[in-house]
Design a protein around this ligand. Structure first.
Ligand SMILES: NC(=O)c1ccc[n+]([C@@H]2O[C@H](COP(=O)([O-])OP(=O)(O)OC[C@H]3O[C@@H](n4cnc5c(N)ncnc54)[C@H](O)[C@@H]3O)[C@@H](O)[C@H]2O)c1
Length: 180
């Protein structure tokens, strides 16, 4: 199986790559990452020479670059970790969050549709459910709670989730979403 991991030079994406290499060494992994301030290629040093691993520096919102990559690699699965992910930065400058988190997800799903990807997994966040009071550790979010995003970051992630569900309903793209 060939897996595209976007944002694989970031915090969680890189750990997913290590987990996947250890658990399923037979799978091929391609990481796409734009190496923004949040990405660090050094993190992936231990897998760089692995014949089943490839790194591509690219922006998920770059439609031509993604089309070329999907055409060349013919992925089975896409796991979309790539995002602008820091709430405070989204308050300073929301625009880049909308571009990467929403439009970037759309570009990836369009390519996934075009090239017959078998599963598109969107890495979401529990922040789409808003906030819980700090003094109530007994409270939890559940999946059937309404989306009440409270920052431009969480609003962009909630928007992406809605778009992912719409691509499933409208175009039949096989999708899953996790909101850890
Ligand atoms: N860290 C958390 O606590 C947490 C919690 C829940 C959900 N998430 C979600 O998990 C995912 C990964 O989070 P993280 O903490 O690893 O983030 P991170 O900021 O550490 O990593 C994000 C990665 O995406 C890359 N990236 C950013 N814009 C890009 C673009 N346009 N094209 C390609 N690559 C781009 C960055 O270079 C970086 O390597 C995000 O989607 C985030 O919303 C994170």
């Amino acid at each position: 199986m060939k897996i595209l991991v976007t944002g694989g030079a970031g915090f969680i994406g890189s750990n997913f790559v290590f987990y996947e290499r250890a658990k399923h060494p037979e799978d091929e992994i391609v990481v796409v990452d734009a190496l923004t301030y949040a990405g660090n290629l050094e993190t992936l040093k231990s897998v760089m020479d692995d014949p089943c691993f490839k790194f591509v520096k690219a922006d998920i919102a770059d439609r031509d670059a993604m089309d070329e990559l999907f055409d060349k690699e013919r992925f089975d699965v896409v796991v979309n970790f790539a995002a602008e992910s820091h709430v405070d930065r989204s308050i300073e400058d929301p625009g880049i969050f909308l571009r990467t988190n929403i439009l970037g997800t759309q570009v990836l799903m369009d390519a996934a549709r075009k090239y017959g990807v078998k599963r598109f997994h969107q890495v979401g966040t529990d922040e789409v459910y808003g906030d819980l009071p700090l003094d109530r550790p007994d409270l939890f979010f559940t999946e059937d709670m309404p989306l009440t995003a409270s920052s431009p970051y969480s609003a962009s992630k909630a928007s992406a989730d809605l778009l992912v569900m719409a691509y499933h309903r409208t175009y039949g793209l096989p999708v899953s979403i996790s909101r850890c």
